[in-house]
Design a protein around this ligand. Structure first.
Ligand code: NAD
Length: 291
């Protein structure tokens, strides 16, 4: 029987455990705080930010929010970030992307102080991750690791294929799976749009993580019998959410598989809360236990 890995359930139990960490912080007189910065009129970005804010309020993270006019320049955005960087009650600063064209996104994102960079995008945090000593793991790759763990999938010694090499998902995940650690120690192959014979690579894998943004790129014929398949993809096709994996075909071959929706998505949301709690713990010098 193919196991369907239930991301909603794993995320819910992680939130419960995080609530305990938040209580520990409260005992020490600390309430974690996350500031979201929205500089966009795009409805999708607005929805993402409001979901993040709601998630915070639900678990007892203080919700700070700043709207920046979408016509403003890089300096104006950076002034807002600088103010949040200074505040002791704000432990995490998240600038929602994409930013408007007139903004120097790289510069703006780098202005978030690394200790508050709960997205894990700052070069200092990326560097630490690559060196095997991550501070804040980017939310989606971290969520994938937690899903593998919850499903009892050993990464140590496994052949893992990551399809996608973005800075957001593919590259950090490949580094985390490669890391000398119990939730790493895999032999990792990273595939991308120029990979020759993707199917040959995925067929040799114990673990396949699809993060290409191509609807149903991976089907059952491209998998080894019993492989674990994590579908990061989230694409809109005819008004429906469709993953990068052809679910019905892949489940015939896979040993375990995540659905879309209800797989990686809820984990990404939960891991932002995790990073915010971790940030509060680090900045307050309160060494709370984290799930
Ligand atoms: P991206 O467009 O930045 O990167 C896609 C990567 O896939 C690129 O490295 C590209 O080389 C590779 N690729 C494209 N076509 C390919 C092909 N035919 N064969 C092999 N590789 C191919 O995308 P991203 O930001 O990494 O996101 C990937 C997908 O994951 C998207 O569908 C996105 O919506 C989804 N996503 C979901 C979550 C979540 O929480 N569920 C979070 C982040 C991203």
């Amino acid at each position: 029987m193919t196991e369907i890995i239930d991301g909603d359930a794993v995320a819910a139990s992680l939130r419960e455990e995080l609530a305990e960490s938040i209580e520990e912080l409260a005992d020490a007189g600390v309430q974690p705080g996350l500031a979201t910065v929205l500089m966009s009129d795009d409805p999708a970005s607005e929805t993402y930010v409001s979901m993040k804010r709601e998630d915070c309020r639900e678990v007892g993270i203080e919700d700070f929010h700043r709207d920046v006019d979408s016509g403003a320049d890089t300096e104006e955005l950076m002034a807002v970030v600088a103010d949040l960087n200074e505040r002791a009650d704000v432990h995490g600063v998240l600038v929602q992307t994409p930013l408007p064209d007139q903004v120097d996104s790289e510069r703006a994102l780098r202005s978030v102080t690394p200790l508050k960079d709960v997205d894990g995008f700052h070069p200092e945090n990326v560097g630490r991750l690559v060196r095997g000593d991550p501070r804040y793991r980017p939310c989606t790759p971290h969520g994938v690791q937690k899903l593998l763990d919850a499903a009892g999938v050993e990464t140590e010694g496994a052949d893992a294929v990551v399809v996608g090499r973005s800075n957001l998902v593919g590259k950090p995940l490949a580094n985390l799976l490669l890391r000398k650690a119990p939730d790493g120690n895999a032999t990792v192959t990273v595939c991308h749009s120029r990979t020759d014979d993707l199917a040959e690579k995925t067929r040799g894998a114990d673990i396949v993580v699809a993060a290409a943004g191509v609807p149903e790129l991976i089907d059952g014929s491209m998998l080894a019998e019993g492989a674990t398949v994590i579908d990061v993809g989230y694409n809109h096709v005819d008004g429906e959410a469709v993953g990068d994996v052809a679910f019905e075909s892949a489940r015939e071959t896979a040993g375990a598989i995540t659905p879309v929706p209800g797989g990686v998505g809820p984990m990404t949301r939960a891991m932002l809360l995790y990073n915010t709690v971790k940030a509060a713990s680090i900045q307050s010098g309160t060494d709370v236990s984290l799930p």
